[in-house]
Design a protein around this ligand. Structure first.
Ligand code: SF4
Length: 573
């Protein structure tokens, strides 16, 4: 086989995100496993959003290939700004074309491993629904399976689709060799790309079975990658020009390097190991733009507060601000916690939020907080009742009342996956309409206040990218973990700002303007977005003959200008 096509239909698992601008581990690992056998094999990599412009063109291109690979699967489906994951119908349509009939097709990713999760609150469909058009479904580790497929002594027919890695060391060569696939990603040439990096696989809580709904414990004892291996991967991506990384592929970053992994359910964090990891990354990628993290077990912080504070401080020495430690709280209802073997009690969860606020809540002047907790809540679990909603609401109210900050609250409905203890018995204790009402209450009362605390007016967000245009607004976001969604009045393509500052807040988004803000060049729409400056003042400003200084603006406005706005003005030409 000489020419291979990979279609990235995007993935979202608890520990891997692969919706643009994120590039998941899958295309990199799969390409690396193939190139490890022969670097001359041509791999054509496309994303589903690229292919949607014309299925026919994609099929015509694929008809010249020797093998077609689809990477896809949402285990925790959500709404995405950066791309739209492939649907089952699209996968069937794309790969069922008669001109592709004779070309072998392989399905890879969570759809293959765990079934096709369609939406929260429903049981995942078996991956058999995609056979045909797919001839092979990878149930094991994609990179291991592809190293067999491209091994001349084994081949496609004889490869074990369930093969898994024995240790992380086995795949390190693939990881480095596969880096160059990112050069084919649509975001590569504009630097609008962030690579998800694996530090370890599996969950230390496998010892007690882990959380009922989760697939991580099924991997057994966690396989940790060494600092040297992670650094080699980042170095290879950095040399290609990638400047944004998230250490997101692990159950709990705070446990990385702990000597108690495999012995304790909540291993004692090892701040030296974290310091070594982050400082090494900074040495080999000194000009990186983003270094963020993702999953952290709040139970680890509650069990080991002193060591966890040391770990947070070590991360903050080397990461980039605006970072989020996603806490998988899932539920604070004691009945649900017990029935699903969740990470801890409500008091422990609150304590973890307090600790991370204490250490990570610091910020540079006008910057975002360094490292805040995010909260994941999950519904549809066994043991739920109407009381679950009250427990969770009380938990969030306590966080609000104590003046704490959480960066974002993720509210999802569980998908019953094969291979988890949850299986096909998700909870039925909360009616759909109760769930939606509860979610709206959180959005209205908690989110709207939190976003003001996270990014008060005047906060500067550096290096934003245009994600989409909606009517007369642009949607901008930074690269990074859980980026804040920014609305800005439409400007021309050549006027998209590099930096913006916050002028107002929606329930879950920010209204921003270019930073620095040049009164002489500002449009009516821009002036009107600033609270207190209505249509009439905006007209006066646009009609003003001179706006050369703060006092000119002040005179026209005839109102007190808040400090944060004054500090955002620039009167330079
Ligand atoms: S703590 Fe629970 S949710 Fe997190 S990785 Fe382990 S089993 Fe999964």
């Amino acid at each position: 086989m000489e020419r291979i096509a990979i279609l990235d239909g995007y993935v979202d698992e608890p520990t891997v995100l692969g919706v643009p601008p994120y590039v998941s581990i899958y295309p990199r690992y799969v390409a690396g496993a193939i190139w490890a056998q022969s670097s001359k094999i041509q791999i054509h990599y496309r994303t589903i959003d690229q292919v949607r412009t014309s299925f026919e063109n994609a099929q015509r291109e694929w008809s010249k290939m020797d093998l077609l690979i689809l990477i896809a699967g949402m285990i925790v489906p959500g709404k995405y700004v950066g791309g739209t994951p492939i649907s089952i119908r699209e996968a069937r349509t794309l790969f069922s074309s008669p001109i592709l009939e004779d070309i072998p097709k392989v399905l890879v990713g969570p759809w293959g491993n765990f079934g096709c999760g369609i939406e929260g609150g429903k049981i995942a469909l078996s991956s058999d629904v995609l056979v045909p058009p797919f001839d092979y479904v990878v149930k094991g580790d994609a990179e291991v399976v592809f190293s067999q497929i491209f091994d001349h002594s084994i081949g496609l027919e004889s490869a074990d689709m369930g093969a898994t890695r024995e240790s992380a060391a086995e795949i390190e060569e693939f990881i480095v060799k596969g880096s160059r696939i990112v050069a084919q990603h649509p975001g590569y040439h504009t630097n609008h790309i962030i690579c998800e990096i694996e530090t370890y696989r599996g969950c230390p809580r496998f010892l007690t079975g882990g959380c009922s709904f989760c697939i991580e414990p099924s991997y057994g004892i966690p396989q940790q990658r060494t600092v040297k291996s992670i650094a080699a991967e980042i170095e290879s991506l950095y040399e290609l020009g990638v400047r944004a990384f998230r250490l997101g592929h692990q159950a709990d970053l705070f446990s990385y390097g702990s000597k108690e992994i495999g012995e304790e359910e909540f291993p004692t964090p090892n701040a030296n190991a974290i310091e070594d990891l982050f400082s090494t990354i900074r040495q080999i990628a000194p000009e990186l733009d983003v270094l963020h993290i993702d999953n952290v077990n709040p139970g680890t912080i509650a069990h080991h507060p002193t060591e966890s504070k040391q770990v947070a401080k070590a991360i903050m020495k080397y990461h980039t601000p605006g970072d989020v430690a996603a806490f998988g709280v899932e539920s604070t209802d004691p009945e649900v916690v017990k029935k699903n073997n969740l990470k801890g009690s409500v008091d422990e969860m609150i304590e973890a939020v307090r600790i991370l606020n204490e250490v990570g809540g610091t910020r540079e002047p006008r910057g975002l907080p360094h490292l805040l907790p995010g909260i994941n809540l999950l519904y549809g679990l066994p043991g739920e009742s109407k009381k679950t909603l009250e427990h969770n609401m009380n938990f969030l109210r306590q966080i609000l009342d104590e003046g704490l900050i959480v960066r974002r609250i993720n509210i999802r409905q569980v998908i019953g996956l094969e291979g988890t203890m949850l299986g096909k018995t998700s909870g039925k204790g909360i009616k759909r309409n109760q769930f939606f009402k509860h979610r709206q209450e959180i959005r209205d009362t908690v989110d709207s206040e939190m976003i003001r605390r996270v990014a008060p007016a005047g906060t500067i967000l550096h290096s934003v990218f245009l994600d989409a245009v909606e009517g007369n607004h642009m949607l901008l976001r930074q690269l990074g973990t859980y980026p804040l969604l920014c609305h800005m009045p439409l400007v021309g393509d050549n006027q998209i700002p590099h930096d913006v500052f916050v002028v107002d807040h929606g329930p879950r988004s920010l209204t921003v303007l270019p930073y620095p803000f040049k009164p002489k060049e500002a449009s009516m729409a821009q002036w009107k977005t600033i609270p207190g400056i209505g249509g009439k003042r905006a007209v006066r400003l646009k009609a003003a003959k001179t706006l050369e200084s703060l006092s000119d603006v002040s005179t026209v406005l005839d109102m007190e200008i808040p400090d944060w706005l004054e500090q955002s003005f620039s009167f330079e030409n």
